[in-house]
Write a protein of this length. Structure first.
Length: 366
């Protein structure tokens, strides 16, 4: 049975500030998707939030880029925005960058990760959702999961994974894509993946079968809007078990803390802290950046779950390490590398300050 899994997300208003989402907004999204399920548009759905981002997790039989499913997501976000406006939530509708839906939700603001699959006898799926970070945040974990034998022992000892995985990498500035075969092309691939502000891992495929293994949202809000409008706060779908890495191999990269862009005013580096659903509230300096992992088994498109996969004391040391890194970076205040380089900050006063002080700059006599 061919099933499409669509994860479409947007920040339609924060409560309080940009820290988390309001229960009435989440409830409104659930009602909208329940209606679509009753109408037969969706097989099933799961609604959740990570920080101030609302995620619509949907299964259906309409394939990727379905106009009907994308319109459903858009209309749901519009209805949620109305609730957010009535409660005067912060930044109501902030990720809806266009006034009207026009066939596909990509390019209108919300982030999208989709995959069409033939459901296996047991179809294990993990959906990662992050807040206060940018679309390249999955590059390092996806590399470790699908290309690093020190993380994924299955690459070495599981015969059905030994041929490796193919990565599709997007140049988000120039809208170009390229594929790399791991393991033989990893040195070339890392030249690009190691620079996540410009290059994002979009999808990963099992080389022996060609089956899709992972799909990430790569939309960059600032590139769509041409100005600062908030952080991408990306999502990523990963298939697990059998010919794909085990659940534990997929979660393992988050045990060692990755430093990402996007903390406070989209202008700071911070540790990506793996947290339980209940801890996905960005309060300290509007962060630190968070990631949650929702695990599901699919049963003929029905979402059996979610299992809150980072709700585990085994990730306590990672949370502790993230807090230590947060302390260290915060100690630097407005200095780089805590603050992002000048050309990457989402907020800046540099043009005004520079203009005001231009007459005071004197040539240096060497
Ligand atoms: C939002 C974010 C926050 C805001 C900050 C200022 O994703 O990262 O840190 O940038 O709270 O928000 P405004 O400008 O809306 O007052
Ligand atoms: Mg927000
Ligand atoms: Mg957010």
């Amino acid at each position: 049975m061919d099933i499409t899994l669509s994860v479409i997300k947007a920040d339609v208003g924060g409560y309080v500030g940009h820290s988390t989402s309001h229960p009435d907004v989440i409830q409104s999204a659930k009602e909208s998707l329940e209606h679509a399920k009753q109408q037969g548009t969706l097989i099933d759905y799961y609604v959740t939030n990570c920080g101030d981002d609302l995620q619509l997790i949907m299964t259906h039989e309409q394939g990727e880029d379905s106009k009907q499913v994308h319109k459903l997501a858009w209309d749901t976000f519009v209805e949620c925005t109305e609730i957010a406006k009535s409660l005067k939530l912060h930044g109501a509708g902030q990720d809806l960058l266009c006034d009207a839906f026009s066939g596909n939700i990509k390019g209108l603001g919300p982030g999208v990760a989709e995959m069409q699959i033939t459901e296996r006898k047991a179809e294990t799926i993990i959906i990662f959702m992050a807040d206060k970070t940018a679309s390249g945040a999955w590059n390092l974990p996806l590399y470790k999961i699908f290309a690093d034998p020190f993380n994924t022992i299955g690459l070495v000892i599981a015969p059905n994974m030994h041929a490796g995985f193919r990565f599709e990498v997007h140049d988000v500035l120039e809208a170009k894509r390229i594929s790399f075969n791991a393991p033989e092309e990893i040195y070339d691939m890392l030249v690009f993946l190691g620079s996540p502000g410009r290059y994002s891992a979009k999808s990963v495929y099992h080389r022996a079968t060609g089956e899709i293994a992972a799909s990430a949202s790569t939309q960059r809000l600032s590139l769509i809007a041409g100005r600062y409008v908030g952080k991408d706060d990306p999502v990523c779908i990963v298939r697990a078990q059998g010919t794909f890495p085990a659940v534990g191999e997929i979660l393992e990269p988050f045990a060692s803390v990755n430093i990402v862009k996007g903390w406070m005013r989209g202008s700071h580096h911070g540790p990506l802290m793996p947290v339980s659903f209940g801890q996905a509230r960005c309060t300290r300096f509007d962060g630190p950046p968070r990631v949650i992992a929702a695990g599901f088994q699919l049963a003929n498109g029905k979402l059996i779950g979610a299992s809150d996969l980072f709700d585990d004391p085994a990730f306590d040391p990672a949370r502790q390490r993230a807090n230590t890194i947060a302390d260290l970076l915060r100690g630097m205040g407005p200095f780089e590398p805590h603050r992002l380089p000048l050309d990457e900050m989402e907020y800046t006063t540099m043009p005004e300050v520079n203009k005001k002080l231009a007459p005071r700059f004197q040539p240096i006599d060497e």
